[in-house]
Design a binder for this molecule. Structure first.
Ligand code: BES
Ligand code: ZN
Ligand code: ZN
Length: 517
């Protein structure tokens, strides 16, 4: 062998070794385990901290190295702050430590939520995201004394709509760490996944999430539970037979066929138990119709089926949780488009209950599709009717994204929705159903009702007053979710995008109702 060939052989061997090193480390890279641990601010001492039970046991396992590192790496971790330590423990090359704020924060009367749970959701969401950005796919999560809130924070925080992007975020399946509350953890996973299902449908573009595609997605989600669930995808002919003239007046402007989605969940051991009726506005795209919306921001109207998405996701979650309750979900699904066949301002249509409506603004279409769905809901003699709808821009003006506006004819129902929302942190706030607003929608030149109020003021309230004209049930609540439809950065445990709110509040409400006789 010449000197030259020997050199070349050595070089090749070195290269092979280098390649092996790289591919081995690449493997490790993908398989690395991460851990998210919490720390509390110490009571009465802002410069110090208290470790959670799980953080303390890891600290013990590494002979106090974690607390030592926390002390030397910077000021005591405040709520919302976090730090990553590498190589601290041989099982966990990456440990994210997150600030939980004060221990046992509990329910805050003025904020109307459980601050302790909200802090856990926010902190663990941030910790999981940090590790996801480092491409750690196996992440264990400290329950921080509330495994359900921890799981919700992890699942909600990790969600990103990247279905249509070539480059996707690392898929992370969070696992419970250092707690035996498996039931609480699994419940939290289902609550979080429920909200994520609503986010998936709301964020999806309107050319993909058509009424038919929406109904098919929900049917697919419910397919594993066919012994307890029935799905009806009612076609246009059925909608015509039902004389849903208000719904049809909206759908007829579009080439896309409407679907009236009807879901039945029989979860109660008492087969005759009156069902909880959930109704959701399902406008898969709201262009405004002939009363066309301005182009800026119109893309957000792909989420105008947020009511349908949240109520269907609630039903899917109730089924997965095996809640002992009967629920019927209804979603009138269609597009609101301008065309030669579309409704024109001043047209008069007849709803299922025979009431006539003058359609002065075709952009006030949500109340039209809901009017017929509410009439139909009454045919099931329900225990209560709850409808959700991205109904008015005025709702966003009134409350912004802080809370869903609830208009209810029932103190009983309002109390239950409110109590549920304090626990989930996805808040509701009561709004009025005064005759003052009813007078504005019954003032019509040609018909029984006008689809817009005679005054521009109080738009969310006149819309609710309009819906009430189609309700005779004693326990009804209308949730206007237009203000909570999207998230910029207000909810710290949700990335930017369509929010899926208030799915968890509806699930919690149903779960609590299931416990009542
Ligand atoms: N889908 C909209 C309401 C909306 C606006 C939802 C912004 C989410 C964010 C609804 O159909 C609508 O256009 N309502 C009109 C009613 C008006 C014409 C009386 C509105 O709010 O301007
Ligand atoms: Zn509209
Ligand atoms: Zn709309």
């Amino acid at each position: 062998m010449t000197m030259f060939t020997l050199k070349r052989a050595l070089l090749t061997a070195a290269r092979i070794k280098q390649c092996r090193f790289f591919s081995a480390s690449q493997n490790n890279w993908n398989n690395r385990k991460g851990l998210v641990l919490g720390v509390y601010e110490k009571e009465g001492d802002t410069d110090s901290f208290d470790l959670t039970t799980a953080a303390r046991s890891l600290d013990d396992a590494v002979s106090g190295k974690l607390s030592a590192l926390l002390k030397i790496s910077g000021p005591a971790l405040k709520k919302g702050k976090n730090r990553i330590f590498y190589g601290l423990h041989e099982d966990f090359p990456c440990v994210a430590v997150v600030g939980l704020g004060k221990n046992n924060a509990g329910v805050c009367g003025s904020e109307n939520w459980d601050t302790g749970k909200e802090n856990i959701r926010a902190a663990l969401s941030a910790g999981c995201r940090l590790l996801q950005d480092l491409e750690v796919s196996h992440v264990e999560v400290d329950a921080c004394g509330d495994a359900q809130a921890a799981a919700e924070g992890a699942v909600l925080g990790l969600f990103q709509y990247d279905l249509l992007k070539t480059k996707k975020k690392t898929k992370v399946t969070p696992q419970l760490h250092g707690s035996d509350d498996v039931a609480g953890w699994e419940k939290g996973i289902l609550y979080g996944e429920g909200q994520n299902l609503a986010r998936l449908l709301m964020e999806g573009p309107a050319n993909l999430i058509t009424p038919t595609a929406f109904a098919d997605t929900i049917e697919e989600k419910l397919a594993p539970y066919s012994e307890r669930v029935t799905v009806h995808k009612r076609p246009q002919g059925w909608i015509e037979e039902q004389q849903m003239g208000a719904f049809l007046s909206v759908s007829k402007g579009s080439e896309e066929p409407p679907v009236f989605l009807e879901l039945h969940y029989n979860g109660s051991p008492d087969k005759t138990q009156a069902p909880l009726l959930l109704v959701g506005k399902g406008i898969t795209f709201d262009s405004g119709g002939i009363s066309l919306k301005p182009p800026s921001g119109m893309d957000a109207m792909r989420a105008d089926m947020g009511g349908a998405a949240t109520v269907c996701a609630t039903l899917v979650t109730a089924v997965a949780l095996k809640l002992p309750i009967n629920i019927i979900g209804l979603a009138p699904l269609c597009e609101n488009m301008p065309s030669g066949k579309a409704s024109k301002p001043g047209d008069v249509v007849t709803a299922k209950n025979g009431k006539t409506i003058q359609v002065d603004n075709t952009d006030a279409e949500g109340r039209l599709v809901l009017a017929d769905a509410l009439c139909y809901a009454h045919t099931f003699s329900p225990r209560a009717i709850v409808n959700a709808a991205t109904l008015t821009g005025a709702m966003d003006v009134a409350l912004g994204s802080a809370a869903t506006g609830v208009f209810s004819n029932s103190d009983w129902l309002w109390e239950r929705l409110h109590q549920a929302s304090v626990v989930t942190g996805d808040r509701v706030w009561r709004m009025p159903l005064f005759q003052h607003y009813t007078r504005q929608v019954t003032d019509s030149q040609l018909a029984d009702l006008n689809n817009v109020g005679s005054s521009r003021s109080g738009g969310a309230c006149t819309a609710a007053a309009f819906l009430r004209e189609f309700v005779t049930a004693p326990h009804w609540a209308h949730l206007d979710i237009a203000g909570v439809m999207g998230n910029k950065d207000e909810v710290p445990y949700l990335r930017k995008g369509m929010s899926g709110r208030p799915t968890r509040t509806l699930v919690e409400f149903a779960a609590r109702l299931a416990q009542e006789a």
